[in-house]
Design a protein around this ligand. Sequence first.
Ligand code: SF4
Length: 324
Amino acid sequence: MTDVNFPPRPEAPLKVAVSSCLLGSEVRYDGGHKRSSLCHGALEGLFEMRGLCPEVGIGMGVPRDPIQLVGDLAAPRAQGVKAPDLDVTDALAGYAQQISPQLDDIAGYIFIKNSPSCGLFRVKVYPPKGGAPTAKGRGIYAAELTRLRPQLPVEENGRLEDAVLRENFVMRAFCYAHWQALLATGLTAARLIEFHSRYKYLLMAHSVRHYQQAGKLLSNLKQNLDAVADSYFGVLMAGLACPATRGGHSNVLQHLQGYVSDAMDASARQELASTIDSYRKGEVPLLAPLTLLRHHLGRHGSDYVLAQTYLEPHPPAAGLRRAL
Ligand code: SF4
């Protein structure tokens, strides 16, 4: 039986943290900003953005001497470009530790690319004695914050220009917000199972391996419930971060069709099956079979199948699935 207290997924706008300079704040070392049209365009309405600048947060001031990552790729230091004696590594990591407890209400974090403080991927790390950098580092503040909050959806502004990656980030943020709402309501074994029952097909579309792992974890709820729930959510977020292929979506569409197939007449069944097949071959976008499927589920589907997050992982008005 459905738990009447099971929380609905939170509505947009969700709170997310963003590197301040992306919002247009003039906090960069040179007194400038990196205002992103994303924050004021494609993502507007979905998110309420809270700007954070770790370099200003540790008192570096504006303008200031620039810093760069130097040394060991696995544990680089953030040092002054002009004055290598300036080392703000510990201060930036400490700022992440100070800020992290204040981020319980956020559903994601958008970092700016290439920054020795905020960059998530491929940040340049310079050899101590000079020479060409290796672009494989992570900004000091971003590295510490993601260590402290490993399940928080994170992305970089550059990658969010890609419509598929953007959809994926928004989907994960809504899932994360829903999970936080569930925890706030009070975790019970029944609610954990209900949560999974709503997300299982979304997870299956992204990663069958993680879907199987999640099912296995939930098959034994006699262990410590909090620990199982935490492991489960880690698996869910890792699976959702995997890009969903056409094969993955087609598989789920077919599964969902199975819930109403018997109630459909032969021509409607055939039409839906061939539209799913056209999608699998790349001839039509996901919205073609999905719209048709939703029509049939609306007529014949049970509450269980209509509650599947896969059908609407984020507000449809944002049009994010047009890219898939
Ligand atoms: S520390 Fe981060 S938020 Fe601040 S200016 Fe640099 S990249 Fe932007």
